[in-house]
Design a protein around this ligand. Structure first.
Ligand code: ADP
Ligand code: MG
Length: 248
C-alpha cells in the first residue's frame, strides 16, 4: 500500500523554455497538513496547476495515491478526490450558506445511507455539522452576498469539504483578510486537518506559523528546503531568497 497521498517525481513545467517547475521532487503523507511557501514566481501556483491537471508536466510524473495523473483531464482528477480552493471566493451570492453547501455536497459518498433511505437526514446532519465547523450557523440562512470576505472564504472552504475530497488544495486563503479573519481561517484549517490531507500555499508568515507542521520552501521551481517552521525560518538559504526579493 502507498501511504503517500501525493508525490511528484522530477516534475518540470516549461513555458517556452522557462522552467516554472524544475525537477520538482515532493511528497506528502495521507493525513498531513503541509504548507508550501516561496517568494513570488517560485512556482507555487504552477505546482497546484500541475496537480489538478490544468497544466501538464513537460517532464516527470504526478502521483495521487500512487496513481499517475498524466493526461487525465481536470474534471477526472477532481473526481479522483482532489479539491482545489482558488484565491478568490467563488460562492453563489444569491444563495444562502446552507444552500451553497447543499448544492456542492457529494451525494455519491452517501450511497449506503441512500440504500437505507436515510440520505436526507444524513445529509442535513452533515451540513449542520459543516456549518458549525465553518462558524456560519447563525448566518446559515441569509444570502451569501451579505457575508464578509472572511466568511465567504470559510464558506468556500466548507463547499470544498462538502465534496469529500481526499486531498484539499488551498491557494493563499488569507490574502486580503483582517488579522481576526486570518486567525479564524487558520483555526478552521487546523480543525479540518484532523481528518483531511491538506496542502496550503501561503505568503503570510504569521499565518504559516499558526498552522504549520511541516513547511516546504519552493524557489525557482524546486524544493529549497523542508522542515518545521522554526527550521525553515532559520535556514540561511531561505533568509537569502526572501531578503533578495525585498531588495528588488
Ligand atoms: P508563484 O505562484 O510562486 O508566484 P507561479 O507558479 O505563478 O509562481 O509562476 C512561476 C513562474 O512561471 C513565474 O515566473 C511566472 O511568470 C511563470 N509562468 C507561470 N505561468 C506561466 C504561463 N502560463 N506562461 C509563461 N510563464 C508562466
Ligand atoms: Mg501564485
Amino acid at each position: 500500500m502507498n501511504a503517500k497521498i501525493l508525490e511528484t517525481e522530477n516534475v518540470t513545467v516549461s513555458f517556452d523554455g522557462f522552467k516554472a517547475l524544475n525537477q520538482l521532487k515532493f511528497s506528502m503523507e495521507v493525513g498531513e497538513l503541509r504548507v508550501v511557501i516561496g517568494p513570488n514566481g517560485a512556482g507555487k501556483t504552477t505546482f497546484l496547476d500541475v496537480i489538478t491537471g490544468k497544466v501538464q508536466p513537460t517532464v516527470g510524473r504526478v502521483l495521487f495515491k500512487g496513481k499517475n495523473l498524466r493526461s487525465l483531464p481536470e474534471h477526472q482528477i477532481a473526481r479522483l478526490g482532489i479539491g482545489r480552493k482558488f484565491q478568490t471566493p467563488r460562492v453563489f451570492l444569491n444563495l444562502t450558506p446552507r444552500e451553497n453547501l447543499e448544492i456542492t455536497s457529494n451525494h455519491n459518498k452517501n450511497v449506503f445511507s441512500t440504500l437505507f433511505g436515510r440520505s436526507h437526514a444524513t445529509e442535513s446532519n452533515s451540513i449542520k455539522g459543516l456549518l458549525e465547523t465553518i462558524g456560519l450557523t447563525s448566518k446559515a440562512d441569509i444570502p451569501a452576498a451579505l457575508l464578509s470576505h472572511g466568511e465567504k472564504q470559510r464558506l468556500e472552504i466548507g463547499m470544498l469539504v462538502a465534496q469529500s475530497p481526499d486531498l484539499l488544495l488551498v491557494d493563499e486563503p488569507v490574502a486580503g483578510l483582517t488579522d481576526e479573519e486570518t486567525y479564524n481561517i487558520g483555526e478552521l484549517l487546523l480543525t479540518l486537518a484532523q481528518n483531511h490531507s491538506i496542502l496550503v500555499i501561503e505568503h503570510d508568515m504569521e499565518f504559516v506559523q499558526q498552522i504549520a507542521r511541516k513547511v516546504t520552501v519552493l524557489h525557482e521551481g524546486s524544493v529549497l528546503c523542508e522542515g518545521s517552521f522554526a527550521e525553515v525560518q532559520n535556514d540561511s538559504r531561505v533568509i537569502e531568497v526572501y531578503l533578495g526579493q525585498q531588495q528588488e
